[in-house]
Write a protein that binds this ligand. Structure first.
Ligand code: MN
Length: 429
């Protein structure tokens, strides 16, 4: 049974998939899960059913694909990702065949199903990859312009380098965690404009940053740049990324070397890694780049993707409230250019490295990807349903980010990133 997923948009699974689900049989993302008393292992998902890939492999369903029987028994996806995109493609293809509506082999075998399938609510999703290195770019022109206007002025909003290279910085991987992890409000140094000396205490300006991140699946050597035209061969897939930021700490510390403790107290990702193959139907061209970029950043192919993004704030014991609706397609610098730039100096990359886009803001009101922009440095607070106002995120607020692609009858999504902010832990020396 040959199934070419990218063209078979009508393909149906024998597993029930709701109309609004991000996870039809065309998605087949990868994640790491555990069941009560069980060990961490790899899974995919159709609808709200989690499919144990280790069990699937052990039962022989993935035989003949040139993969080790135990490739899905690890607590990260790194060993599987390292096999590369062509192997991943064959595995997704096989999974689509097994779960296609007309295939009775697993569909009609309750015993096998009991070993392989789990309702989503019965499992815990874990960090899907071991992140070696983490880069955060700054690639949305609307976000960079908004921040530039707020902290400098409209005439000098973008620094002279911004349209010539994808600006970024090396972040910290230890504090990248999976959706559902609560994050403590950070303590740190801040300095008000009216004070001569800094204060110490809980940040008063904890913010979200709506981002997406891609994950690499190859290891290159020092001195081996990744060309823009083949950059996507090195990219396994993407997740939604909430890059929590403490604006008051950031403002005091960032000169001259950039963000530091304002950005590394917790960044939260969605648990399912969606492959670039699954995103292929939603590929589009990005914004026109003017001036023309240097040759090593030039590509004739479209490298943007139409991913609708939403951010909600849910105050404690209340309903969630939409605060932002943006789209990954707004990115001025695309992922292929980011990876080409990251490596052009000979910097090597590794399996599991993560590269976040930078805050994704759009051109219209309501499309700004951070509270800093939405409330415009606190001057335009957001009114919540209970009458309270938000300039930034309050203690016990939960931030929810969702992302999905829609085209005709096909919807493929990333699920959600859910992050609750807890009160700061009092600092004790
Ligand atoms: Mn960021």
């Amino acid at each position: 049974m040959e199934v070419v997923m990218e063209v078979v948009e009508q393909l149906k699974s024998w597993i029930e998939v709701g109309k609004e689900s991000d996870f039809p049989i065309q998605n087949i993302p990868f994640g790491i899960f555990k069941t009560p008393g069980g060990s961490a292992r790899a899974a995919t998902r159709i609808g709200d059913t989690v499919i144990d890939l280790n069990a699937l492999a052990q039962q022989g369903f993935l035989d003949g694909l040139d993969i080790d029987h135990g490739i899905f028994r690890y607590e990260t996806l790194n060993p599987f990702m390292a096999l590369g995109r062509p192997v991943c493609r064959k595995v997704r293809q096989r999974i689509a065949e097994i779960f296609e509506a007309g295939n009775p082999i697993l569909r009609d075998d309750a015993e096998w199903q009991a070993d392989i399938l789990y309702p989503l609510h019965s499992v815990q999703m874990l960090m899907p990859v071991h992140v070696g290195d983490y880069t955060d770019f700054y690639s949305s022109i609307e976000h960079a312009t908004n921040v530039g206007i707020m902290f400098r002025d409209a005439a000098n909003a973008l620094f002279p380098n911004w349209k010539h290279l994808p600006v970024g910085y090396h972040g910290r991987s230890s504090s990248i965690v999976v959706s559902g992890t609560d994050i403590y409000r950070p303590n740190g140094q801040t300095k008000s404009d009216t004070s001569e000396t800094p204060d110490f205490g809980p940040s008063k300006q904890v913010d979200f940053e709506l981002e997406m991140a891609f994950i690499t699946c190859t290891a290159t050597g020092l001195g081996q740049p990744v060309p823009v035209e083949t950059a996507e061969d090195h990219i396994f897939g993407m997740v939604i990324f909430n890059d929590l930021s403490a604006r008051d700490i950031q403002k005091w510390e960032y000169v001259p070397l950039g963000p530091f403790l304002a950005k590394n107290f917790g960044s939260v990702i969605s648990p399912w890694v969606v492959t670039l193959d699954a995103m292929e139907p939603f590929r589009i061209a990005g914004p026109q780049q003017d001036p023309v970029v240097l040759p090593y950043l030039r590509s004739d192919k479209p490298h943007n993707f139409d991913v609708q993004l939403e951010v909600f704030i849910r105050p404690e014991n209340q309903q969630e409230q939409l605060v932002c609706r943006s789209n990954y397609r707004y990115m001025y610098w695309n992922l292929a250019q980011q990876l080409a730039h990251q490596t052009v100096n000979g910097c090597n990359i590794n399996v599991g490295d993560m590269y976040a886009s930078g805050t994704i803001s759009g051109p219209n009101p309501g499309t700004q990807g951070s509270m800093l922009e939405i409330a415009w440095k606190g001057t335009r607070p957001v009114r919540m349903a209970d009458g309270s106002e938000r300039k930034f995120i309050n203690d016990l607020d939960t931030v929810i980010m969702r992302g999905y692609c829609v085209k005709e009858n096909l919807r493929i999504g990333f699920g959600e990133v859910v992050t609750k902010i807890l009160p700061a832990i009092p600092y004790q020396s």
